[in-house]
Design a binder for this molecule. Structure first.
Ligand code: MN
Ligand code: MN
Length: 316
């Protein structure tokens, strides 16, 4: 036998073997000849409640080792459609300052964008979506599909306007997203003030509370989101707390009354064919997880997202 470097997992090796990369994609040796770069953002310095999302990328990598290559529902095989690579983790040097950490996230994502690579980031707390959007929305405001229990359009908390409850308010203010081409799906839970909900609605965002989601069903809500976005460049941000805590207990701010994993799959499969420019999946917090339920759900939904991005790459 010959020695094979461990940086290149073999898809047909036993799935419990090899390095745990995202979805068992090969580790990138460089940023050329890559269509989709899946990378970790192990940062949770902007949380307002339970910690632990910094451990999300590693555990999602671990659980995604269980996955195979073909999406049984859509027939999509993302690794056939695109050169998918695990491009590593954001290399932090300043995690004790939110704005420094955000600059490092933006710089790492921007390397991907400059190389023509579609980014799929695995967080991390939801604050990381702001620097990711700064990297992908350089040519003007993009459309946004945001799945979450929370609108994340609150303002400052404990002296920082970059906390994980605020990224989409900042993104609107910075002209990174077009509020009128933004849809927020799965919103619910108690709040002390209605400020975030009101900001979203007043700015023109379509806010789908979870009661409406359950009433209409995921396919109908996906169809509405597709119509709202149309042919605009669109970014997908997926907060794992959109799932009910039964399906995703390992997260910082769980809210009952949420989606099932199946509803989330139907929702995502209903978003095929859009002009995707990138995506993230955030807020998996392994220290609060039970039996890897949440990181497995995160891995499975990240695979659905990867299928969407791979179809977009193939259509170019
Ligand atoms: Mn969120
Ligand atoms: Mn949330």
């Amino acid at each position: 036998m010959t020695y094979r470097p461990p940086a290149t997992p073999d898809r047909f090796a036993p799935r419990f073997a090899e390095l745990a990369t995202f979805m068992r994609a090969p580790l990138a040796a460089a940023l050329d000849e890559v269509d989709i770069g899946i990378f970790g953002v192990p940062y949770d310095g902007a949380l307002t409640n339970r910690p632990g999302a910094r451990h999300g990328p590693r555990e999602v990598r671990n659980q995604s080792s269980l996955m195979r290559a073909i999406n049984h529902a859509t027939g999509v095989s993302p690794f056939e459609l695109a050169r998918v690579r695990d491009t590593g983790d954001v290399p932090f040097t300043g995690i004790f300052d939110i704005e420094t950490a955000h600059r490092e996230i933006e710089a790492f994502a921007a390397l991907h964008v400059a190389a023509g690579i579609m980014p799929l980031a695995i967080g991390g707390d939801h604050s990381v979506s702001l620097p990711l959007l700064r990297a992908v929305a350089r040519d003007g405001p993009v459309a946004l599909i945001h799945v979450d229990a929370h609108t994340d359009t609150w303002d400052s908390f404990q002296g920082s306007k970059f906390n994980h409850g605020a990224p989409f308010r900042r993104a609107a203010e910075e002209g990174l997203i077009d509020p009128e081409a933004t849809v927020q799906i799965g919103i619910r839970g108690t709040q002390n003030l209605p400020e975030g909900w009101e900001y979203s609605k007043a700015s023109g965002m379509r806010v789908v509370f979870c009661e409406e989601f359950h009433e209409a069903g995921p396919a109908a809500i996906a169809a509405e989101a597709r119509a709202l976005v149309g042919d605009r460049p669109v970014y997908l941000t997926y907060d794992i707390d959109s799932l009910d805590p039964v399906y995703a207990p390992g997260t910082g701010t769980p809210e009952i009354g949420g989606m099932t994993t199946y509803q989330a799959q139907v929702l995502l499969r209903g978003l095929r064919g859009l002009d995707w420019i990138g995506a993230d999946l955030v807020e998996v917090a392994p220290p609060f997880d039970n039996g890897y339920i949440t990181s497995l759900a995160g891995a499975g939904l990240a695979f659905e997202i990867l299928c969407l991005l791979a179809e977009r790459v193939a259509a170019r």
